[in-house]
Write a protein of this length. Structure first.
Length: 319
């Protein structure tokens, strides 16, 4: 079968006009779309729905921009939720080509094992599990050079063939963009239900521009948006803790100035909740490199306090 090639004016393979609109003339997939074959639901969706029935809450962490701290937020959110020993938490890393969760969670070099009930995730703690393609690579330096269908198949396996057990929270860390991985996760979880997405950005317009596209993606696929988190929102020196509490502006530096108003202005314009603004702290990166929980290692940091405030705002939306 000829691969599906999306044109700017393509009505989409699931549209009622698929294969019959003027835009379809000359497309190599016209006859396939017109036959209705692509409109048939993927049979895996029902299997995933049954598998995910034991997962109470499913949260996606998204951003149209790379390097804004999606994986860092996913890891800190997981650690914060798992700090309640009564909760079972898992992180699914669907960044197939750039899996960083194993490193951030201190699990680099670990491997996935097969059991009678499927793949067993790797555990950080007794109540905190992780699954990532990084566990399937021979070396952390190995490149994953896959086209869309293979990436989609991998995500399907993660959702359907992993022995997740009874979970309170499944946090899905995604790559930047609005492409294969995002569409696959939303499609495969369509029958299981998704609580919503947390959108991550940084203050500068070059980031917000891509994040607006991600928000539009969520709206088009009817994915609820829990709220927006602005990372790298100013820099407070680790030695100037008192200034953070007294809000003395001369001890705060805007490394990435919000030239168009930052996430706050964007959220006001789009009527979205701003969950919080996390300041820069070099210890966040250091703890990620060391595979440690920043919230546990530096609980008094202004960034840690902001993370905890975000979690408190976030809880009522999913409980």
């Amino acid at each position: 079968m000829t691969p599906f090639v999306a044109r700017l004016d393509c009505p989409g393979s699931t549209s009622e006009k698929a294969g019959t609109s003027a835009a379809c003339e000359g497309c190599p997939n016209q006859s396939v779309c017109a036959s209705g074959a692509p409109k048939a639901p993927d049979p895996a969706i029902e299997g995933i729905r049954l598998k995910m029935a034991s997962v109470k809450h499913k949260i996606l962490v998204l951003s149209g921009k790379g390097g804004v701290g999606k994986s860092t937020f996913s890891a800190n959110l997981a650690h914060a939720l798992a700090s309640d020993g009564t909760k079972e938490v898992a992180v699914l890393d669907v960044d197939i080509c750039g899996p960083s969760i194993p490193k951030i969670m201190g699990l680099e070099g670990e491997q996935v094992h097969q059991s009678g009930s499927g793949w067993s995730p790797v555990y950080v703690e007794d109540n905190l599990a992780v699954m990532s393609v990084g566990f399937l690579l021979g070396s952390p330096d190995d490149a994953v050079i896959w086209r869309g269908p293979k990436k989609n198949g991998m995500i399907k396996q993660f959702l359907r063939d992993v022995d997740w057990g009874e979970l309170d929270y499944l946090i899905v860390d995604t790559p930047p963009g609005t492409s294969d991985e995002h569409l696959s996760v939303v499609q495969y979880l369509s029958g299981a239900g998704i609580d919503g997405a947390v959108i991550i950005t940084t203050p500068q317009e070059v980031s917000l521009q891509d994040v607006r596209k991600e928000i539009r993606f969520c709206q088009k696929v009817k994915l609820p948006i829990i709220g927006v988190v602005e990372n790298m929102s100013g820099f407070v020196c680790p030695k100037c803790k008192a200034s953070f509490h007294t809000h003395t502006p001369w001890n705060t530096s805007q490394i990435f100035p919000p030239t168009t108003g930052g996430a706050q202005r964007m959220c006001e314009d789009l009527s979205l909740p701003l969950l919080g603004q996390v300041p820069l702290d070099p210890r966040i990166g250091r703890n990620c490199d060391q595979g440690k929980s920043f919230l546990n290692e530096v609980p008094e940091s202004p960034a840690s306090m902001t993370y905890r405030t975000i979690i408190q705002r976030y809880f009522p939306l999913v409980q």
